[in-house]
Design a protein around this ligand. Structure first.
Ligand code: ATP
Ligand code: MG
Length: 450
């Protein structure tokens, strides 16, 4: 096959270079060159006849959006009700979090319903995958799963014809013969994904792409692919704990924000039916610095414990070590506490953790963080039958939180006796066994708990 012509284009200024070099000649930026294929196609409108023609919206064919169940109900829910044939789904996550396990388990479940799958292993040997399959699905027949240990994108794509779904593990391990750069490189990742997606769309089968991310999400892969795929799923969780969250951050066929909760066991992923209970720490008696946040993830309530530790800074500038929340938000909340409530946090190291490895991006977690910090600073525990929610504004006021009713119901279900929340205008029905304390600002919340 004739080598395609490629150039190296600076991602900063767009200057073209015939060879790779560390620094762009034009703008002087380092490490910005990415190999790209030169397309020799002339794009002219004159005389070109398109093979497709516009159709009225009213008569557009939607029969193609029929969903195929994966056999994993949590997985299907995150996808918006099943797998859409012809869709490209990126499964991203840190190394070792369980990406291969999840997709192999799904493949085994789908194979059990007479679907035929192709599993392209770019990183592991066929033997390694067989071992994993025996561990997570002992006794399951692997007749319908074809394993292919291959790193060439073109070769792999040539086996897509007779299967119902394809798994590429991982996109960073694949390379296209059209490019000279190493696998995992931005250009390679993009090109290989384009090959797989184009082929899968033509054959109308779903393709799952595994993509690695590092803690900072910096490595080429998921970020450069997000726009090219239909669905982006991420697995998150604390590797020390067995809980894993599957989250969709982009979905062309359903709502995002849905999460699936799994626990990682010897036999693979097990769906967790009562996520809040799994995420809550079990304290026999109240402890300072621990507060339960009445959160929502998608349409489901998820209660999590937020822990804070305020300790005098021994030397240097005080530290803000945060896990599971936005660090800048914690700095802001600490500043609000310092300025509005006169709590001298500028000489305190602050550590704030969300238990269970969940990443919270809901602003309503603010009040829980503030109460946890104050509870630790003053060394006064908060009653462990209390859950809180509310976004805190710069003046210390509390903003209304969305969807309070499902949170209240979850609180009763989990046996909480009190919920502290912003003064919402929403008419709430009286719920048995639970006291709702509505507060206007952080001082109201302090009075209610301390
Ligand atoms: N025998 C076992 N029992 C329980 N858990 C196991 C066992 N073997 C492996 N695991 C879990 O599986 C995880 C690895 O899963 P998997 O290989 O699916 O992750 P991955 O995200 O594909 O990783 P990679 O980035 O290396 O491809 C390990 O981190 C471990 O937690
Ligand atoms: Mg893997």
């Amino acid at each position: 096959m004739a080598k395609t012509k490629t150039v190296f284009i600076c991602q900063n200024c767009g200057h073209k270079h015939p060879k790779w070099q560390g620094r762009c000649d034009s703008c002087g930026e380092w490490n910005t060159l990415v190999e790209e294929i030169v397309e020799a196609v002339k794009r002219s409108f004159s005389g070109s006849v398109s093979s497709v023609s516009p159709v009225p919206l009213a008569s557009a064919d939607i029969s193609k959006v029929e969903r195929v169940p994966s056999g994993f109900s949590e997985f299907d829910r995150v996808l918006g009700g099943g797998i859409v044939p012809g869709s490209a789904i990126l499964l991203a996550g840190e190394p070792g979090i369980g990406k291969s396990t999840m997709l192999l388990q799904m493949a085994l479940k789908m194979a059990g319903t007479d679907k035929k799958l192709l599993y392209v292993a770019g990183e592991e040997s066929v033997g390694q995958i067989k071992m994993r399959a025996d561990r997570i699905g002992p006794g399951k027949s692997g007749e319908n799963i074809l394993l292919l240990a291959e790193t060439s994108a073109e070769q792999s794509a040539s086996f897509f014809d007779d299967v119902d779904a394809v798994v590429i593990d991982s996109i960073q391990a694949m390379s296209s013969g059209d490019l000279a750069s190493a696998p995992g490189n931005v250009a390679q990742v993009r090109q290989c994904a384009a090959i797989f997606i184009e082929r899968a769309k033509r054959l109308h089968i779903p393709v799952f792409l595994v993509g690695h991310v590092t803690k900072s999400g910096a490595i080429a892969g998921p970020k450069v692919l997000e726009h090219a795929v239909d669905v982006v799923l991420t697995i998150e969780g604390d590797r020390q704990s067995e809980l894993r969250l599957l989250r969709s951050t982009k979905n062309r066929f359903g709502a995002t924000g849905e999460i699936g909760v799994f626990s990682m066991a010897e036999t693979g992923f097990i769906e967790v039916e009562n996520p809040s209970a799994a995420f809550l720490g079990h304290h026999d008696k109240p402890v300072p610095g621990s507060v339960v946040f009445a959160g929502m993830e998608g349409v489901r309530p998820l209660f999590v414990e937020i822990q804070a530790l305020a300790a005098p800074a021994a030397y240097g500038p005080p530290q803000r070590v945060v896990q599971g929340l936005d660090q800048r938000r914690i700095i802001l909340l600490a500043a609000i506490l310092e300025k509005r409530a006169g709590i001298p946090l500028s000489r305190q190291d602050l550590f704030v953790n969300v238990i269970g490895g969940v990443n919270l991006d809901e602003r309503s977690a603010d009040l829980a963080v503030i109460l946890a910090i104050v509870s630790s600073f003053r060394d006064i525990p908060i009653d462990n039958g209390t859950a809180v929610l509310g976004e805190v504004g710069l003046t210390g006021e509390l903003r209304r939180a969305p969807r309070t009713l499902p949170r209240l119901k979850e609180a009763t279900r989990l046996g909480f006796s009190r919920i502290i929340m912003p003064d919402s205008r929403e008419k709430l029905p009286t719920i048995k066994d639970i006291i709702t304390t509505k507060v206007k600002d952080i001082f109201g919340a302090f009075n209610a708990v301390f």
